[in-house]
Design a protein around this ligand. Sequence first.
Ligand SMILES: [Fe+2]
Ligand SMILES: [Fe+2]
Length: 319
Amino acid sequence: MTTTAHTRLSWDYTPRTPQLQRLYQRAQEQQWSAAEDLDWTQVVPFGQPLPDGTDFARASFEASPMAERGRPMWDTFRWELQSWLVSQFLHGEQAALAAASRLVQELPDVESKLCAASQVTDEARHVEAFSRYLREKIPQPYAVNEALHALLRDVLSDARWDITALGMQIVVEALAMAAFRLAGTTFHDPLIRRITTLVARDEARHVSFGVLSLREVYRQLSSAERADREELVLDAAALMRRRFLLGDLWERLEVDRTAGVQYAATDRAMVAYRRTVFTRVVSALDHIDLLTGRVRQGLERLDLLGDGSPVRRPPGRAG
Ligand SMILES: [Fe+2]
Ligand SMILES: [Fe+2]
């Protein structure tokens, strides 16, 4: 993809934003090493029988087009879903690495550039950890999902840096952070749970950084500029929802794709999962005054708003 990057330098080195300094400081203190802080000798029993899930998860499987293939299929599905999720996280991490490096160039002030630079290091470590996990522990990882690819291309090829920050830090990274926090129920071995715990801590800083960078900028948007950003958020949300309809997973499992997608679109457990991973996106949008009536309605139409979502606030109020 082609990106028009505008490199900006600032000759003013005076610290002005204590929150950015704290974030940068925390990023230094919370560095970890993918090679040394993870136990890579752990065996991942990929494909082996798993313990029973909750009644809710069991009922979801019984209602799926996989049910006729019996209990072994439930285990196969849960392992494949883990493989698919981790693969998509890895592809997102690589895009986050490119996005963060672009922010180093384009953000207007030096303090923000330092924060973005620490994010570059974080994302490199995430790519290292997830790619090693997939190479060494998972028999057949997944290529990038077409909906995720479309979103990454849209946000990385846009000439406006705030669109890259909005798409990556507010949508993709907030969603990943929420998904990592569900790792206890969606992932089945201690190594990947440990990786996602460490990565989620970094992602929390990246989302905060995105909110800090965009909050002031978005207070000053004209209504046409705001409408543009609302549209991007709704397009991104639709693509993220489509990603979680798992088309590529159904093909791998030789489940009829239409039936699989239909199941993923309507099943209560699947809908609940998507709503839960969107909660962080919704609260980040609220903090940058982009959870407008139009965005809220669009997210409702996509069935992505949970009961605990923040109520609408008028634009311009401090978050
Ligand atoms: Fe990351
Ligand atoms: Fe990140």
